[in-house]
Design a protein around this ligand. Structure first.
Ligand SMILES: [Zn+2]
Length: 211
């Protein structure tokens, strides 16, 4: 972080150690969660649910439900209750109910998108199990803090590139790292490395290499 800059917001995954650390040491910071990490966790639970007898229909709904978390966070612009109600409305939507979700989000915005789908049956095993996932206490607590704009993906892409050249399991001095990095880029031939990594690594390479 630039010296003298004031940090007001931070976006991380939902790792409990990070939450505890920030709560104990940076109470003044607004802590947001990266939406991809939340969506990934939900997707995993939906896939597991779809493998249960009588819940197979959940599989077809999995992409829509996962996308719904992105939309809920982005469209609520940090409004916790609105985000929470938008998210919970998916449990009604999948049983073909599109109104009466809550006072902060009364009806779906899906008029033209409502087509004949394989709706779940209200009260069925699949629906009941889905409700457990959607209304998870932990998820509903964190959902209002899903970052509506900034996410951690660009930083993670940077770390991925860094780890490619300097795996955590090995120790590298600064000189060795530079040498390894330059050598591997040369090895991959300038054109293909550029094509593969693009601008992500371009600024890390020595200027004389013509990047
Ligand atoms: Zn709907």
């Amino acid at each position: 972080m630039r010296k003298g800059a004031t940090m007001k917001n931070i976006v991380t995954d939902r790792h409990s150690q990070i939450q505890t650390f920030l709560w104990e040491t940076h109470k003044d910071l607004c802590h947001w969660f990266d939406v991809w990490h939340v969506a990934k966790g939900i997707k995993k639970q939906l896939l597991a649910l779809s493998k249960m007898a009588g819940c197979e229909a959940v599989l077809k709904w999995s992409p829509s439900i996962t996308n719904h978390i992105y939309w809920s966070a982005a469209s609520s612009k940090g409004n916790t209750e609105e985000c929470r109600q938008k998210w919970m409305s998916i449990a009604n939507h999948v049983v073909n109910v599109h109104e009466g979700h809550g006072d902060a989000f009364t009806a779906c915005l899906c008029d033209e998108l409502v087509e004949e789908r394989e709706w779940l049956i209200k009260g069925s095993k699949a629906h009941k199990e889905l409700l457990i996932i959607v209304n998870s206490k932990m998820l509903l607590k964190d959902i209002g803090n899903i970052s509506p704009i900034q996410q951690t993906s660009s930083l993670e892409a940077y770390h991925k590139v860094e780890l490619y050249f300097a795996p955590k399991a090995s120790h590298f001095s600064h000189k060795t790292m530079k040498a390894s990095f330059t050598f591997q880029c040369k090895l991959k031939k300038t054109a293909s490395a550029k094509e593969r990594w693009g601008a992500t690594v371009a600024h890390l390479l020595p200027k004389r290499e013509g990047w």
